[in-house]
Design a protein around this ligand. Structure first.
Ligand SMILES: NC(=O)c1ccc[n+]([C@@H]2O[C@H](COP(=O)([O-])OP(=O)(O)OC[C@H]3O[C@@H](n4cnc5c(N)ncnc54)[C@H](O)[C@@H]3O)[C@@H](O)[C@H]2O)c1
Length: 348
């Protein structure tokens, strides 16, 4: 399958490392970016063609678009791609609202093409190992779980941090998809949520000297504490924040009737897994990352998508996953802090 990349920014080179390892499955032929200097540089670096966005979308040689634009452009680029009869793999989030999500979903059906989205870290070895352990029943019936990612945002390192503080950014839409996708894959669909959210900093000081602007006005909540109730009845606490100065390690833990399991960080493709030993009262490492090239699995989701399309075996679960995650995030985002359970209405 022939692939075109739209958005030649910070993450695009990491994608190329992963995609270039799978040339038997797909070939990246071309790229485009609003900023033609960026697509020029990217095309030279990877020896691929450079087009304008519209030219790439209309190019009959391209079967699949990888959408690596900022979140605010995901909907527009993905919709245009679908309308041009191209499959899409989009960076997360798949879109910024339920209405946009519905439009994408119906366009996918209408044009007989597929739209998948990041994160794809659940295809990495650590997550697969985690599922194997959970299925082995070692931890017993699941009672609860806990997921969190807290930091003080991205303005210290990102080359263009502004979009992280506008609608579609923030910890919920930026980091939430990793933890929510992992939880849904492990525990099934979410049916209800309770949430608390706030914005503790109205402005962000840009610390990366290469960024032209020095300050960002924060337009969204940057601190979320929520409870997620799954269809199984299990309730998990979920914490994502860009407001915490001293971050603790990202966390994904599942608590069973026999013991507790600490899974690898779903922001990565590989990592450590530990299980609590009740006899020694210690956490014990039961799996470690074997591959030092941990982050170079990026693109795994695109490879999996192409294989599934070729084999015509895409499951409903796969198809709905990023839309269900969008449903959860939008419900958390619009939660009116009344303390009552809000239903996830499964709108897709
Ligand atoms: N940077 C990371 O570490 C990282 C990690 C995982 C996922 N992501 C996701 O990848 C996506 C891109 O992030 P990034 O860090 O590469 O951002 P970036 O700002 O570095 O790059 C985005 C690129 O898209 C281009 N662009 C913007 N709007 C466009 C449009 N309408 N049409 C064509 N091109 C357009 C910009 O000119 C820019 O070159 C985001 O969704 C982000 O959440 C980033």
């Amino acid at each position: 399958m022939n692939v075109g990349i739209i958005g030649c920014g910070a993450i695009s080179n990491q994608y190329m490392i992963g995609l270039n390892k799978n040339k038997k499955v797909l070939q990246v032929l071309a790229c485009a970016d609003l900023d033609s200097k960026k697509s020029e540089l990217f095309s030279k670096e990877h020896n691929i063609s450079k087009f304008s966005v519209d030219e790439l979308l209309e190019n009959n040689d391209i079967d699949l678009i990888i959408n690596l634009t900022p979140p605010s452009s995901h909907f527009e680029i993905s919709l245009k791609s679908l309308e041009n009869g191209k499959h899409v793999f989009s960076e997360k989030p798949i879109s910024l609202s339920i209405e946009e999500g519905k439009e994408l979903f119906s366009s996918m059906k209408k044009n007989n093409v597929y739209l998948f989205a990041a994160p794809d870290t659940y295809l990495g070895p650590a997550f697969k190992k985690g599922v194997e352990i959970l299925n082995s029943n070692k931890i017993g019936q699941i009672i609860s779980g806990s997921a969190s990612f807290v930091s003080h945002g991205v303005e210290g390192w990102h080359p263009n941090p502004e979009f992280y503080y506008k609608k579609g950014g923030g910890p919920l839409f930026d980091m939430g998809p990793y933890y929510l996708t992992a939880l849904v894959k492990l525990l099934g669909p979410v049916t209800q949520v309770v949430s608390y959210s706030e914005k503790n900093f109205n402005k962000r000081k840009v610390e990366n000297a290469e960024v032209k602007y020095k300050e960002i006005n924060v337009e969204i909540d940057t601190h979320y504490l929520a409870l997620l109730k799954f269809k199984s009845g299990v309730v998990v606490d979920f914490h994502v924040s860009f407001d915490i100065w001293k971050p603790y390690d990202p966390k994904l833990e599942i608590y069973g009737e026999n013991t507790s399991l600490k899974l690898a960080d779903p922001n990565n493709y590989d990592g450590e897994i530990s299980m609590f030993n009740k006899e020694t009262y210690q956490w014990e490492n039961i799996y470690s990352s074997k591959d030092s090239e941990n982050n170079y699995y990026r693109g795994l989701g695109v490879v999996e998508m192409v294989n599934s399309i070729k084999q015509n075996n895409i499951t409903e679960e796969e198809l709905f996953l990023p839309f269900h995650v969008l449903d959860i995030m939008c419900t958390l985002e619009s939660y009116d802090l009344n303390g009552n359970w809000a239903n996830i209405t499964q709108q897709f």
